[in-house]
Design a protein around this ligand. Structure first.
Ligand code: FES
Ligand SMILES: [Fe+2]
Length: 392
């Protein structure tokens, strides 16, 4: 009799929380807190305080009348009223309860019920995080002050030629899905080092979701870089040409995926961050240098010619895409139940890289790409779609 592996015999599942959990004090959460992260668009920071959730923390975002964006801990330093109900003024945000006024740096500027507006108000600080605005996104540094790295600029965004502009996007994972994706951030991040799913999920199983040039199985090589990992994907094309596609990740959550529509040959001009909202949800922020403002929107996958948001449940099952595959792995996938194969080499390498950086932080060392003391600096990438028209 053939032996059957009954689901009844499955051991209790588990996952590698040292790679998935993002809260303060967790190993990966501390790695995340050594980098600047986009937490909102510049438009989100306005005169009405807005609740945001980042790396498992609840925060309040606002912009004072002078134009400075602020990101504060929601509980007022006085007696804990929620600054979400505060009002924005010239120089900061005023708490609804007793009117204490805090600047974007958390300084207490007024205590209206206290004699002379608070003789000791200098002793009070509202906890907050430093912000930096870059190409339409608000970046926050949520880690220990003494480890705050210099703010990186990205060469691909800075080298605009005539007629190009830089735009940002916060609407979805790109290939179709909700703005907030209901699974762990690592499931999406690992997907970038999984070029083998492209010909299956996006090339045949659900019909053509990207471009026919990506429908063939590529020859793939992975390599570590000084900031992360990249994959080289080579395909001989039916027209006799050749496509050399390079995707790149930079620790801990930056992804550079070249245009999946392969509309031109050359370096990628979009970079995105996979921002964990908490352990079981994330969202994507993208900045792109484009010739046509519509370029990002038209790069998104279509399903029988329609956008993801218009599909019925039956159609999601008929034509699943990245969202269905990744969220389908569960809120946090069970690593204990995986059977990694030779084509999962990119996944293994990425997990090893992240684990090494987590250990470095735990040892008191700086993780990769967190230099301090040299000011703004440029970060370069080799990601792109490199097309050769002639057969080799
Ligand atoms: S609780 Fe905010 S001013 Fe009193
Ligand atoms: Fe995909």
């Amino acid at each position: 009799m053939t032996e059957v592996f009954s689901a009844y015999d499955l051991p209790v599942p588990s996952y590698r929380s040292e790679l998935t959990a993002v809260g303060r004090g967790t190993p990966m959460g501390e790695l995340f807190r050594r980098y600047w992260h986009p937490v909102a668009t510049s438009e989100d920071a306005g005169a009405t305080p807005r609740k945001i959730r980042v790396l498992g923390e609840e925060l309040v975002l606002f912009r004072d009348v002078q134009g400075h964006a602020g990101l504060v801990y929601p509980r007022c330093a006085h007696r804990g009223a929620d600054l979400y109900y505060g009002k924005v003024e010239d120089e900061g945000i005023r708490c609804c309860y007793h009117g204490w006024l805090f600047s974007v740096e958390g300084r207490c500027l007024d205590q209206p019920c206290e004699p002379e507006g608070g003789l000791h108000r200098d002793r009070v600080r509202q906890p907050c995080y430093p912000l930096r605005e870059y190409h339409g996104l608000v970046f926050a540094y949520m880690g220990p002050s003494q480890h705050r790295p210099d703010f990186p600029l990205y060469e691909v965004l800075e080298e605009q030629v005539d007629g190009e502009q830089v735009v940002c996007d916060d609407t979805s994972i790109g290939s179709g899905g909700p703005v907030v994706v209901d699974c762990n951030w690592l499931q999406h991040y690992e997907n970038v080092m999984d070029p083998f799913h492209v010909p299956v999920l996006h090339g045949t199983f659900s019909g053509l979701q990207f471009n026919e040039r990506l429908a063939a199985l590529p020859k793939v090589r992975f390599e570590y870089t000084d900031r992360g990992i990249r994959s080289h994907q080579d395909r001989d094309l039916e027209d006799g040409g050749h496509l050399h596609r390079i995707s790149e990740l930079m620790v801990p959550n930056l992804r550079i995926v070249p245009d999946p529509r392969v509309r031109k040959s050359g370096p990628a001009a979009w970079i995105s961050w996979v921002l964990p909202i908490d352990d079981t949800s994330f969202r994507i922020y993208t900045i792109a240098r484009v010739a046509d403002p519509d370029e990002l929107r038209t790069a998104k996958s279509t399903f029988a010619g329609r956008p993801w948001s218009e599909l019925t449940e039956a159609e999601h099952r008929e034509m699943p895409g990245d969202y269905e595959a990744q969220a389908g792995q569960g809120p946090i996938t069970f690593h204990s139940e995986e059977h990694l194969a030779s084509t999962d080499r990119g996944i293994t390498m990425l997990r090893r890289l992240l684990a090494r950086q987590v250990e470095a932080v735990a040892r008191g060392e700086d993780p990769v790409g967190t230099a301090r003391g040299r000011g703004e600096h440029m970060v370069a990438t080799t990601a792109g779609n490199y097309l050769e028209e002639m057969a080799r």
